[in-house]
Design a protein around this ligand. Structure first.
Ligand code: 3PG
Length: 222
């Protein structure tokens, strides 16, 4: 469907999507290079810092092998700003009618968030088969997602929130998990210290967690 065109294949490129809140463009470029070098090319830059749009613009302009998305997008205006900055996908912790409307009129795909079966069902009704499961750990984690698989076979999830290297494999083993998101691959102290080799090592370990699944989401009702 238009609002998610190309998104499944993009998210299937790597098992882990780094979720990043970046304070400066100066840090953003070496950080993105370190993550890509470790095998994580899909990056979610959250709009939680004043520099976020500039960071999206800089990474998408300068690091060809990175695929940059905008995260924590809460309003249509932020969606439009992210697109203008060069975001290749847009992520939200939830979904509102206003966001879904702007997504469906846009050429940049949308990964909306859902945390309950009713939220998942409402998004499936509008043909969104790839969903962010947020906040993953507080919402019930692996057991909860596993329980959604049989009744909601049309949904594929990118769980995010509270996941770390130790918890990641259990999520990635679920058939309804496409990839996972997390900030553990870019710890704030390593970013502050400019310890890019350490971040590449974390990225490499995350990239090796599992080859990305190739199963496509079923359209709702099938
Ligand atoms: C998000 O912004 O999607 C999550 O809050 C990232 O979660 P984490 O910092 O717990 O990995």
């Amino acid at each position: 469907m238009a609002a998610q065109a190309g998104l499944h294949d993009l998210l299937a490129m790597a098992p882990v999507v780094p979720v990043l809140a970046i304070d400066s463009v100066e840090a953003a470029l070496p950080l993105a290079r370190a993550l890509v070098a470790g095998g994580l090319p899909i990056l979610e830059i959250t709009l939680r810092t004043p520099a976020a749009l500039e960071v999206i613009r800089a990474i998408s302009g300068e690091i060809e092998s990175a695929v940059v998305g905008a995260g924590t997008v809460l309003s249509p205006q932020q969606y439009r700003d992210a697109m203008r900055a060069g975001a290749r996908f847009v992520v939200s912790p939830g979904a509102t009618a206003a966001l879904l409307d702007v997504a469906e009129a846009s050429s940049v795909p949308f990964l909306p968030g859902a945390g309950t079966s009713s939220e998942v069902m409402r998004l499936l009704e509008r043909d969104y088969g790839c969903l962010k499961f947020f906040p993953a750990e507080p919402s019930g984690g692996v057991a909860y997602l596993q329980a959604l698989a049989a009744p909601l076979p049309g949904a594929r999830f990118c769980p995010t929130g509270g996941i770390d290297a130790a918890r990641a494999p259990a999520y990635l083993a679920l058939p309804n998990v496409l990839c996972i998101g997390g900030s553990w691959v870019a710890p704030r102290d390593a970013v502050a210290a400019g310890d890019w080799p350490a971040i590449t090592l974390l990225a490499r370990a995350a990239a090796a967690l599992r080859p990305a699944p190739k199963i496509r989401p079923q359209p709702p009702g099938q």
